[in-house]
Design a protein around this ligand. Structure first.
Ligand SMILES: Cc1cc2nc3c(=O)[nH]c(=O)nc-3n(C[C@H](O)[C@H](O)[C@H](O)COP(=O)(O)O)c2cc1C
Length: 199
C-alpha cells in the first residue's frame, strides 16, 4: 500500500460566495496559507466566479447542452481529483449562499466518502448556522463532515489589510480542523484503495 504520508492529500478549497466585493477569497487564501505550511496536503483553490456552474438543470432524461457540459467539465475533474474539501462559507439569511448549493448539486460521486471541513464567517454567529445546514446536505452526498470548524465572528474586525487573521485563536482552530481533515482524508483514501465505497 502507498504510504499515505508520502502522497499529499489533494484538498479542494471551495469559495462559497460569488457576489461582487465578496470577502470569501480573503478567508480562502488565509486557510490556504495554513495548508501551504503542511507537507501532508496541497490546496486547489476552486472559485465559483472563475468557473461558474449553470443555474438551470436539464430536464430528466435530456442530454445537457454543450455549454452546460463545458461549464461542469471545468469543475468536476478538480472535485474528482480531490481527496478532501474545505468549504469557505459566509452566512446568508441564516444559511449558506445559493451558488454553493448549486455547486454541491451539480456533482455527486465527487463527494462520496471524502471529508469536508468548514471555514465560516459572518456576524455574531460567525457563519455557524450555514455550517450546520451544510452538514445535512453533505450527508446526503455521502461526504463526512469534520467536527472542528474555524469560524470568524464579526469577521470585519479580525483581518488586517494583508488578509492575515489578527485573531490568534483562529490559527489554533485551523490547526485542529486541518489535523482532523488530514486524518479522515488519509484514512478514507487508504480504505477506498482496499475496498470500493459502498454507495
Ligand atoms: C443576502 C445576505 C444575507 C446575509 N445574511 C446574514 C446572516 O444571516 N447572518 C450573518 O451573520 N450575516 C449575514 N450577512 C452578512 C454577511 O455575513 C457578510 O455580508 C459577508 O461579507 C458575506 O460574505 P461575502 O462577502 O463573501 O459575500 C448577509 C449578507 C447577504 C449579502
Amino acid at each position: 500500500m502507498t504510504d499515505s504520508k508520502s502522497t499529499p492529500l489533494q484538498v479542494a478549497v471551495i469559495i462559497g460566495s460569488t457576489r461582487n466585493g465578496r470577502f470569501g477569497p480573503v478567508v480562502a487564501d488565509w486557510v490556504i496559507s495554513h495548508i501551504d505550511q503542511r507537507d501532508d496536503m496541497v490546496a486547489d483553490r476552486v472559485d465559483l466566479v472563475e468557473t461558474p456552474l449553470p443555474t438551470q438543470f436539464p430536464a430528466f432524461g435530456e442530454a445537457p447542452s454543450e455549454e452546460v457540459q463545458e461549464m461542469v467539465g471545468a469543475v468536476a475533474p478538480r472535485l474528482t481529483a480531490a481527496d478532501a474539501f474545505i468549504v469557505v462559507t459566509p452566512e446568508y439569511n441564516h444559511s449558506f449562499p445559493a451558488p454553493l448549493k448549486n455547486a454541491i448539486d451539480w456533482h455527486n460521486e465527487q463527494w462520496h466518502a471524502k471529508p469536508v471541513g468548514f471555514v465560516s464567517y459572518g456576524g455574531i454567529a460567525g457563519g455557524l448556522r450555514a455550517v450546520e445546514q451544510l452538514r445535512v446536505v453533505f450527508a446526503e452526498v455521502h461526504a463526512v463532515t469534520i467536527r472542528n470548524t474555524v469560524s470568524f465572528h464579526n469577521y470585519g474586525d479580525l483581518f488586517d489589510a494583508n488578509g492575515k487573521s489578527t485573531d490568534p485563536t483562529s490559527d489554533v482552530a485551523a490547526k485542529g480542523m486541518l489535523g482532523q481533515l488530514a486524518w479522515w482524508g488519509q484514512t478514507l483514501r487508504d480504505a477506498k484503495r482496499t475496498r470500493p465505497y459502498a454507495v
